[in-house]
Design a protein around this ligand. Structure first.
Ligand SMILES: *Cc1c(COP(=O)(O)O)cnc(C)c1O
Length: 374
């Protein structure tokens, strides 16, 4: 049996007619840039997150970059980010001229450890970017308290967590602003690139609208207040995302049910640590990530058996060549390094079948047993 990590074709098949109709409408309107669907989707996504403002942009990385700029983070500032995440969480900091400072994560939910953040604070610290990694919300309250005390800005990286909740509140409305990605494989994915910043601050939203469109105000296209960007969500992508958004909660609920099925079958397996949502978390399982020793060999065995288990992430950001040696290498961030050695994502998507899930669970248990003996 072959089990992909994610099956986007299965998702499309279920909504094909709605999608075709939405695309046809955009083609007939001819409004490919900033067409009506863009603003309609912004209004709907803001409501979904429970925040007043949403500004769409070209992709999730731009969402982070433009959000930092709109929040006033720039040269001379330090921004604390987790070292165990996708590189965009730190790239954005460099792109606005600030310095990323890498902090450790905890192994319960793979997210920023407030104690490590505390250790990384300096007089230059301006912002913190907690990531809701793999769909599990970060523990926001200690970070928000710290931000309040120190006058820091909190930018949520919610690229993997559309719809997740922290203490009953949707992610996106917890910090000063939040960045989402609509990369095709995300819980809410476009048919190409797309991103969004949401915020409760009207002034930040206004700055974002200006920045994404070459620094010009909507009313006055060829007057430029600042040097901005060309980073807009295509009308076609907005139309597709408008079709998908009403299905998101159902898809997330299906992910949750499959996670429960994995737990039923894998709980108590010697040497295997399963994801367990914290008491205050509503996890949306962007990825179902287990931990185990000998991860690389087990991943290889699974792949040989047709199971697309994947490694997120094989290396921490502080070890990446992309960042100056002084910034990262040589740091000791032991929990994150352990996560990078042990984390393995098992296939999980709304449309998967019970037979696929059972095959993954059996193959995993079998390969763990076999590899231990040999
Ligand atoms: C996907 C992702 C991004 C970037 O989104 P793009 O749309 O691919 O630019 C940022 N942060 C995290 C944690 C992500 O997973």
């Amino acid at each position: 049996m072959f089990v992909p990590l994610l099956d986007l074709k299965a998702q499309l098949a279920a909504i094909r007619r709605e999608v075709d109709e939405a695309i046809r409408k955009v083609l007939e309107s001819g409004a490919f840039i900033q067409g009506a669907e863009v603003q309609e989707f912004e209004v709907e996504f803001a409501a979904y997150c429970g925040v007043p403002h949403a500004v769409s942009v070209g992709n999730g990385t731009d969402a982070l970059i433009l959000a930092l700029r709109a929040l006033g983070v720039g040269p001379g500032d330090e921004v604390i980010v987790p070292t165990f995440t996708f590189i965009a969480t730190a790239e954005c900091v460099v792109h606005v001229g600030a310095a990323p400072v890498f902090a450790d994560v905890n192994l319960e939910d793979f997210n920023l450890d407030p104690a490590s953040v505390q250790e990384k604070l300096t007089p230059r610290t301006r912002a913190i970017i907690p990531v809701h990694l793999f769909g599990h919300p970060a523990d926001m309250d200690p970070l928000l308290r710290l931000a309040e005390e120190r006058g820091l800005v909190i930018l949520e990286d919610a690229a993997q967590a559309h719809g997740a909740r922290y203490k009953g509140k949707r992610v996106g409305g917890l910090g000063h602003a939040a960045a989402f990605s609509f990369y095709p494989s995300k819980n809410l994915g476009a048919f190409g690139d797309g991103g969004m910043v949401v915020t409760r601050d009207a002034r930040v939203a206004e700055k974002l609208r200006c920045l994404r469109n070459h620094g010009s105000a909507k009313e006055d296209k060829y007057r430029h207040k600042v040097v901005g960007y060309n980073s807009r969500l295509d009308t076609l992508q907005a139309a597709v995302l408008r079709v998908k958004l009403p299905h998101l909660d159902r898809w997330n609920a299906a992910r949750d049910r499959w996670a429960e099925e994995y737990r039923k079958r894998l709980e108590g397996v010697d040497g295997l640590i399963l994801p367990r949502p914290r008491p205050w978390a509503e996890h949306v399982y962007h990825l179902f990530v287990v931990r185990l020793a000998g991860r690389d060999r087990v991943a290889e065995a699974l792949r040989r058996a047709g199971v697309s288990a994947s490694i997120y992430y094989p290396a921490c950001l502080h070890e990446q060549e992309a960042f100056p040696r002084a910034v990262g290498r040589g740091l000791s961030l032991p929990k994150a390094s352990q996560a990078a050695r042990e984390a393995l994502a098992l296939p999980l998507f709304a449309e998967m079948s019970r037979a696929q899930l059972e095959y993954v669970a059996e193959t995993l248990v079998g390969s763990m047993g076999k590899l231990k003996v040999s």
